[in-house]
Design a protein. Structure first.
Length: 117
């Protein structure tokens, strides 16, 4: 299993970024996919989850109406569109696959998002 994030960077408050996570090594369209984020000294927190079918996504309250998770099963890729970014969105963002049957978590290497003027 391999998850490779990209798209992070430095952006001003109010700006936008689109993160991508390219997945390989498993049947992508069989699994829900998630984005988490983590800042130093804090636990990794769930940002958004999208089911295998791509409908009824879940969002953390802190990002609702600003972030949109989507997926392309044809490209084995999950995306996170982040709009109206705030300094408190600064974190390392991780792509995640959780296997319910085995309770296994697979993670990407993370991509840094910094929101600052």
């Amino acid at each position: 299993v391999q998850l490779v994030e990209s798209g992070g960077g430095l952006v001003q408050p109010g700006g936008s970024l689109r993160l991508s996570c390219a997945a390989s090594g498993f049947t992508f369209n069989n699994f829900a996919m998630s984005w988490f984020r983590q800042t130093p000294g804090k636990e990794r927190e769930l940002v958004a989850t999208i089911p295998s079918g791509g409908t009824s996504a879940y969002y953390a309250q802190s990002v609702k109406d600003r972030f949109t998770i989507s997926r392309s099963n044809a490209k084995n890729t999950v995306y996170l569109q982040m709009n109206n970014l705030k300094p408190e969105d600064t974190a390392v963002y991780y792509c995640n696959r959780f296997v319910v049957r085995t309770l296994q978590n697979d993670w990407g290497q993370g991509t840094q998002v910094t929101v600052s003027s």
